[in-house]
Ligand binder design. Structure first.
Ligand code: G4P
Length: 536
């Protein structure tokens, strides 16, 4: 019974470069899943480039993304939890953290633009965590790149093997539909709407004369392509997909509802149920009796009169119950939750219980930070919630000395939420905010003023990378800190971090200090530097 609950859950996220069609695909999946009835119900959580300094827009977006943080629906007897990720590249850190809470992902690629930069970065995180991925090549109704070219590009840029499970028949204005290589069906394209029953034809095999009847001159090309696909690619191997070595690929057009149902059907057939998760002392299995989970995202209330927040918790094992005491490992205290909530499209509901794979929202008055673990008493901390090197570094200058306590508190809490990273300079005690984009500085300044009554300005520093430092020989580290002290900082957990001004400098410093290891990421919850080493 309990294992049935676990096995029917599929928790995933959709990721893409902005504009590839993530919001559209999300909406269509919810439509097919019956979670929403009309198109347009899911608001895009994109912050358009032109509004990068529009604070109200940012606030509005925050409101929207709370409501659509987790979208749950039932399909093919499964309970599907789709975790939303922000579209704007400046919020890439939020996406990275959400990826720690899913068991698989769907990557959307625009067939016109191919694999874009943001997708490559997100895939790196998936690869690091060995998260299984399915690729959906979107916008086949547009004149895009050739399918074989796209597949080669995915293999090269995303460093993963591919196996097409459907194949497009022509593209752009002459796009006819897709041939499903897996279950041998022909799905004919009908612009602007869902394909109807008669548009989906079962064929005996690729030589079926039905193909000639329906596709005319395109049938020969399809046969040629399919022969090539079968010659080049190994048959689909689910084990390789689950090991994140192989990505099945689908072609479609989300805005035209095309290829989405096939994607969803295959997803529910092959995607993994909740997987085990690594904690600092051992691996936690979802079917363990005792409850455990971790916080991967915190949302502040957008109403400044209420300082409460929602902490999003991914359940890893056992059963979560309302009003039951659970142990907050970092604080060493027990808490119970009166109104834990689940999210269904725009609705928020109080839940009585939740199972591994589920994501629930917990009201928080400031007790949680990202990476916190809740258990039934066991002192474990989940690993793999890293913070990555920021790309923009600014020093915080207090512009209202009467409110310095508020500024400190605000900075502390906002960085607990993961809005940005806070570093303290070893010498001089300067406070530095590090982010991946400019947008966070607007958010921080705005929220400090409106929520904490504190004001500050930022001074840009000429650093481009932060590296967490470790050394097997502590003497080497001490020596290094002596000579490089002006570029040394500590993160919020007290880990030593080196800021470099350029990749060139970093390479030189590394060469000069072979005994010191430079890491691109740290793990927020344990303070232990991550596995990734710095490749500048
Ligand atoms: P994102 O969340 O990944 O940023 O992308 P989003 O879904 O917002 O889609 C970006 C644009 O691409 C939207 O157009 C959307 O309608 C369009 N789109 C999505 N799927 C397809 C497709 O299969 N074919 C074509 N031709 N277009 C597609 P927009 O003009 O930016 O917004 P809208 O005014 O249409 O909403």
């Amino acid at each position: 019974m309990y294992s049935d609950e676990i096995n029917k859950r599929r928790t995933f996220a959709i990721i893409s470069h902005p504009d590839a069609g993530k919001t559209t695909l999300t909406e269509k999946l919810l439509l097919f899943g019956g979670a929403i009835q009309t198109a347009g119900a899911v608001k895009s959580n994109k912050i358009k480039k032109s509004t990068s300094s529009d604070f109200m827009e940012i606030e509005k977006q925050r409101g929207i993304s709370v409501a659509t943080s987790v979208m749950t629906f039932e399909y093919n007897g499964q309970k599907i939890n789709l975790l939303d990720t922000p579209g704007h590249k400046d919020f890439a850190e939020d996406v990275y953290r959400t990826l720690t809470a899913v068991d698989s992902v769907i990557i959307v690629v625009d067939c016109v633009k191919g694999v874009e930069e943001q997708t490559e970065k997100l895939m790196e995180v998936c690869r690091m965590r060995r998260t299984p991925v399915i690729v959906f090549i979107n916008k086949l109704d547009r004149e895009g790149k050739r399918p074989f070219e796209l597949l080669d590009e995915i293999e090269a840029k995303l460093s993963i093997g591919v196996r097409p499970l459907s194949w497009p028949i022509s593209i752009g204005s002459s796009f006819k539909g897709v041939y499903n290589l897996y279950d041998k069906t022909l799905c004919l394209f009908r612009p602007g709407g869902a394909s109807i029953a008669e548009d989906v034809l079962s064929v005996t095999d690729i030589n079926d004369p039905v193909l000639d009847e329906r596709l005319g001159e395109y049938a020969a090309q399809l046969r040629e392509d399919v022969a090539l696909v079968d010659g080049v690619y190994e048959p689909f191997d689910r084990a390789a997909y689950l090991m994140a070595d192989l990505a099945p690929v689908f072609f479609g057009s989300a805005v035209n509802n095309f290829g989405v149902k096939e994607l969803l059907n295959t997803f529910t057939t092959i995607a993994p149920p909740p997987l085990s998760r690594a904690a600092d002392t051992r691996s936690i299995q979802p079917n363990e009796k005792n409850f455990s989970g971790f916080v991967f995202k915190i949302h502040a209330n957008i109403d400044p009169r209420h300082r409460d927040r929602i902490a999003f918790l991914r359940i890893c094992s056992g059963k979560f119950e309302r009003n039951k005491f659970f142990h907050h490992v970092r604080l060493g205290k027990d808490f119970k939750f009166r109104s834990p909530s689940s999210f269904l499209a725009q609705e928020k509901n109080i839940i009585e219980e939740a199972f591994p794979g589920d994501v629930i929202g917990l009201y928080d008055t400031g007790n949680f930070k990202i990476g916190d673990t809740l258990t039934e008493g066991e002192k474990i901390m989940f690993r793999g919630i890293p913070s990555f090197s920021p790309e923009v570094f600014k020093e915080v200058m207090n512009t209202d000395p009467m409110r310095s306590k508020q500024l400190e508190k605000g900075l502390e809490q906002l960085t607990d939420e993961g809005v940005a990273q806070l570093f303290i300079q070893q010498l001089g005690n300067k406070r530095i905010i590090g982010t991946v984009g400019e947008l966070q500085f607007d958010v921080i300044q705005y929220r400090l003023l409106h929520e904490y009554g504190a004001s500050c300005r930022f001074v840009l520093l000429s650093y481009n990378k932060a590296c967490w430092l470790t050394a097997t020989d502590n003497k080497k580290l001490t020596e290094f800190t002596r000579y490089r002290s002006e570029h040394l900082f500590t993160d919020k957990d007290g880990n030593l971090v080196y800021f470099s001004a350029s990749d060139w400098t970093l390479n030189r410093v590394r060469e000069d200090n072979p005994g010191v290891e430079f890491h691109f990421s740290s793990e927020l919850n344990t303070g232990t530097p991550g596995r990734q080493s710095c490749v500048a």
